[in-house]
Ligand binder design. Structure first.
Ligand code: SAM
Length: 252
């Protein structure tokens, strides 16, 4: 009987985690293909998506976020507005929620994002950082995207937490100083390994490197090999039906 109870618990826990990480937005439009790999240049190819970003791999348990107070409500409203304007290359909503959860639960003080686009995932990250007085440094190569994200950060009231660096992140990250608590990589796919190599030395022990679009046909195999074979990292893959995310922890 005991093993039945334990097995049931493991299934329940796995189901809950998958739902949390990847579940799709109830009532959102049908799933569509994810973003194509970008080739380093500005912008990449946007694909319009409806609110919610319905591409979750979960069983559909995800519900709308419930704000704890007016400040959170204000930020969530802006995130909804950004999605209503067209998701473009932004992460699906539940991937944003996962970023918030990771930032907040690890008490992150400094998060670094590669690939700002319109600030959607950055605002989710700020939601997780603000309770602990954390800051976000985010990199964007395209000046139009940088300008739109600046406006969105302001609308969400998180602009004072954000340092937006315009330029090629492969070059600009060299100016960063550690410690970094959490890195989120969501830019040129073939550049992920370079970002990992440059940023991992700055990530504190116990810190996280999170990467987006880690799915078959999207992820650079060199990046997968790098995070799977580095003994300093513990990596898991979540949300495979929703763009795919890897979460790698730098071991203590
Ligand atoms: C997928 S979008 C980021 C979406 C964003 N993380 C979100 O979910 O709201 C990728 C962004 O990376 C930017 N990008 C591509 N290559 C870059 C590079 N070498 N340096 C900085 N930004 C880059 C693109 O211009 C684009 O805005």
């Amino acid at each position: 009987m005991k093993w039945i109870r334990n097995t049931a618990f493991v299934y329940l826990a796995l189901g809950a985690f998958t739902a949390m990480a990847a579940a799709q937005d109830a009532g959102a439009p049908p799933a569509r293909g994810d973003r194509p790999p970008m080739r380093g240049g500005p912008g990449g190819r946007g694909m319009m998506g409806g609110p919610g970003g319905a591409r979750g791999g979960g069983p559909g348990f995800s519900a709308n976020p419930v704000p704890k107070d007016d400040a959170e409500k204000k930020v969530l409203n802006v995130l909804d507005e950004i999605q209503r304007q067209g998701r473009g290359m932004s992460v699906p909503r539940d991937d944003g929620r996962l970023l918030r959860l990771l930032a907040e639960s690890t008490g992150a003080k400094h998060a670094v994002e590669i690939g700002t686009f319109h600030g959607y995932s950055g605002i989710w990250t700020c939601l997780g950082l603000r309770a602990g007085g954390g800051k976000l440094t985010t990199f964007e190569i395209d000046p139009r995207n940088a300008e739109i994200s600046r406006q969105n950060f302001k609308r969400a009231g998180v602009d004072s937490m954000v340092t937006l660096i315009e330029g090629d992140a492969h070059v600009e990250v060299a100016k960063l100083k550690g410690p970094i608590d959490m890195v989120f990589i969501d830019a040129d796919k073939e550049g992920y390994t370079d970002y990992l190599n440059k940023l991992l030395p700055l990530v504190r022990p116990g810190g996280l490197v999170v990467a987006h679009n880690i799915s078959a046909g999207m992820a650079d195999p060199k990046y997968i090999e790098a995070i799977n074979t580095n003994p300093a990292l513990e990596s898991v893959f979540v949300s495979a039906g929703s763009g795919g995310i890897s979460v790698s922890m730098k071991k203590r």
